[in-house]
Ligand binder design. Structure first.
Ligand code: DAH
Length: 336
């Protein structure tokens, strides 16, 4: 009899739902009783084949059962969901988790500081490509082809005409070909040399180039600018000296030394006991360079300088192996 089945279905449902403890159990229960092929649907299906006179009674009983199952199911669901939410309770008294965030590489830190100082002195910042022409990297900078001065820099050639720039000086050429004086810019960037990689040299490193061209630019201004920079970067009490040197693109040329800021000039391993550290090369722009960019060297004069960034960062932090700057070892980078 269908009425018996209705009663048994109700009992069955009651006993099942009394054991439900999770939303997952409840879902299984829903499938068993309330889904399209569930027990309730099967009973409702039978209603079709019931004699007409019994239909109102059976229909009513089925309706009661349906309402009972649905409302019991819904209230069980609600109470399980509340429980679940409580499980996700956030304990605000717990200590916060540590997130490790990145930091600026020390090369970029040094670059940023140097840029800021020169910006304060009226220099703009320009960049050039790492792949350069032989003309910009050598020829226009007064390194004639086959000239021994080219051996100062071991070069990665791409072909006869192109190479990986060996210094940032070619950006000077790009700027001067592009604009008329006055020019006052610094040019940071990566450079490449075909050198064996060891603790002191690498096949890639960074430089900052500087160029100032105008009427009546003097060597005294060059010194004044570089001293102002060095005092700001290394500290006011530093001592410095300019030694004469040679670069094909400057005449006269010099190198700037400062007192070793590790031993304060007393002599240590880093300054090889001399008390001095070389920090940059500089000089007055050679008239041949002006000629190659179409500047009139009778009318204009200028100075240029260039410095390596790795060396500066390594000296500053007492790093003795340049390779570590390019390895991206997070344990090393995290320290700065
Ligand atoms: N380009 C030189 C180098 O890589 C550095 C340099 C020296 C740049 C003197 C200059 C300069 O502009 O005047 O060794």
């Amino acid at each position: 009899m269908i009425i018996d089945e209705i009663i048994s279905c109700r009992n069955h449902f009651e006993s099942d739902i009394s054991t439900v403890n999770s939303l997952k159990d409840l879902e299984n229960l829903r499938i068993k009783f309330l889904s399209k092929n569930g027990l309730l649907a099967k009973l409702l299906e039978q209603l079709k084949s019931i004699p007409k006179d019994q239909k109102p009674v059976v229909g009513k009983e089925l309706n009661v059962l349906k309402n009972f199952i649905e409302s019991t199911f819904n209230s069980k669901k609600e109470s399980l969901e509340i429980n679940d939410e409580q499980k996700e309770f956030i304990d605000l008294s717990l200590p916060a988790r540590n997130f490790s965030i990145g930091s600026k590489h020390i090369i970029n830190q040094a670059l940023d500081e140097i840029k800021a100082i020169f910006k304060g002195l009226g220099f703009s910042v320009k960049e050039g490509p790492e792949l350069e022409s032989d003309f910009n990297n050598f020829e226009a900078l007064n390194f004639p082809s086959n000239h021994p001065a080219r051996d100062m820099q071991d070069t990665f050639f791409i072909n006869q005409k192109f190479l990986l720039r060996t210094h940032t000086s070619p950006v000077q050429i790009r700027i001067m070909l592009d604009q008329k004086p006055p020019v006052r810019a610094i040019m940071p960037g990566r450079v490449f040399r075909n050198e064996a990689v060891n603790s002191r040299s690498h096949c890639q490193f960074h430089q900052i180039e500087g160029l100032y061209v105008d009427t009546d630019v003097t060597f005294a201004e060059l010194k004044g600018t570089l001293v102002a920079f060095a005092k700001e970067f290394y500290g006011n009490s530093l001592k410095y000296k300019f030694r004469s040197s040679f670069f094909p693109f400057t005449e006269p040329s010099a190198e700037m030394d400062i007192t070793c800021f590790i031993c304060k000039g007393n002599g240590c391993r880093v300054c090889k006991n001399s008390g001095w550290l070389e920090i940059l090369g500089c000089g007055m722009v050679d008239p041949n360079v002006f000629a190659s960019v179409g500047y009139d060297s009778e009318k204009y004069s200028g100075y240029a300088f260039g410095m390596g960034i790795e060396r500066i960062a390594m000296l500053r932090y007492g790093i003795t192996d340049i390779r570590i700057l390019f390895e991206n070892d997070i344990r090393f980078l995290k320290q700065f």
